[in-house]
Design a protein around this ligand. Structure first.
Ligand SMILES: O=C(O)CCC(=O)C(=O)O
Ligand SMILES: [Fe+2]
Length: 362
């Protein structure tokens, strides 16, 4: 393509995405853009209230089996979508997305972020690496692997990535599917395919009530099929949630052996689930700026890197919903979103629900 034509195509694409972003950002009958500056919250919006200060062990089995489930996980989600559409609380386009999400547990928003925003964000990340503010490990997948490893929470170091985490299209989409304001939680930047075994993010970031986590994967460049694209299994969000306790990882086990215990127990259990249910993989071969959103329990991972030379630049965002307790089931610890452990309210300070408190503390 001639440079001037390429530039014109680029400008047209940017304008088209900007127009769509405006529409998506504004078209938000359901989502409410949260106040992003808010500090840690301990208010829990659940059918059975739980006092965060009384929980001794942050594991799934410590919490009551209680909802409410996110609106699109409810048995009558389809009817709720149609009712909300009829009341004009959501647009026909949002209804279509919600129906798709309910059935498949993911959604691909093509061209969600304009290429210029992507390039500026990635350039800022690279500049932080050059300045030594972000240090990447080698994480070599094989001899001659030319690409560096992943970085957790780069948005804390790079302003442009923090802006992207708060991008209205991403926050509003997540708020819409969660049915509550989405709060930015965590980011991961990668230059290459992770080849990470299949998992549900809910074992890494669990919420009470369950299901109030949404993730998105932003293609920071065009993603080739040989680069080890994200692999995901449509419909698996409906399988039962699997936690450490369910696969025989005790708190001591994780403390002593860490992710060795996870690889030994959790990963094969997930592979079994996939095989047993005949779940079919899909691969996110994307154009720069495309975004894949997925449900708290959708099984996914990093597929094999066929061509080690190919990069796979991406950012993953995780958002959780307002009014949840977030914790790390494997290590049985409360999430940093609630602030330091010392700052958690003391037992009895935040909830009057004595019955549940006794049950939890037992
Ligand atoms: O990027 C990948 O290959 C996997 C990322 C992932 O599973 C996650 O961040 O939740
Ligand atoms: Fe994941």
């Amino acid at each position: 393509m001639a440079p001037s034509l390429a530039r014109a195509v680029g400008v047209a694409r940017t304008l088209k995405t900007a127009a769509r972003n405006l529409a998506l950002g504004r078209d938000d009958a359901l989502p409410v853009t949260p106040e992003l500056s808010r500090g840690p919250s301990h208010k829990v919006d659940a059918d059975i209230p739980v006092d965060i200060g009384c929980i001794k062990v942050f594991r799934a089995e410590s919490f009551p089996e209680a909802g409410p489930s996110p609106w699109l996980d409810q048995p009558d989600a389809r009817d709720i979508i149609e009712r909300r559409l009829a009341r004009r609380e959501i647009t026909p386009r949002q209804a279509e997305i919600c129906r798709y999400w309910e059935a498949n547990g993911y959604y691909v928003l093509r061209g969600a972020i304009d290429p210029d925003t992507i390039d500026e964000a990635w350039a800022a990340y690279e500049a932080a690496i050059v300045r030594g503010e972000v240090t990447l490990g080698a994480e070599k997948a094989a001899e001659g692997d030319p690409h560096p490893g992943r970085y957790l929470n780069p948005h804390l170091k790079v302003e442009e990535l923090d802006q992207l985490l708060k991008h209205p299209v991403l926050v509003n989409f997540s708020s819409m599917v969660l049915g509550r304001p989405a709060i930015p939680f965590q980011t991961i930047a990668s230059h290459k395919g992770s080849q990470q075994s299949e998992h549900s993010d809910s074992i890494h970031m669990t919420t009470y009530p369950l299901g109030y986590l949404a993730a998105c994967w932003i293609a920071m460049e065009d993603i080739h099929a040989d680069a080890g694209p994200l692999v995901y299994y449509p419909g698996t969000h409906r399988l039962p949630y699997l936690f450490s306790h369910d696969v025989g990882i005790s708190t001591d086990d994780f403390r002593e052996r860490g992710y060795g215990a996870y690889s030994e127990h959790y990963e094969p259990a997930i592979k079994n689930e996939i095989a047993e249910h005949g779940a079919k993989p899909a691969h996110f071969t994307a154009r720069k700026g495309d975004v894949l959103f997925w449900h708290a329990n959708l099984l996914h991972g990093g597929s094999a890197r066929v061509d080690m030379q190919r990069s796979r630049k991406a950012l993953v965002h995780h958002y959780f919903a307002e009014g949840c307790i977030c914790y790390h089931d494997l290590s049985a610890s409360t999430s940093a979103v609630h602030g330091p452990v010392e700052s958690l309210p003391t037992c009895g300070a935040s909830s009057p629900d004595i019955k549940v408190r006794n049950q939890i503390a037992r």
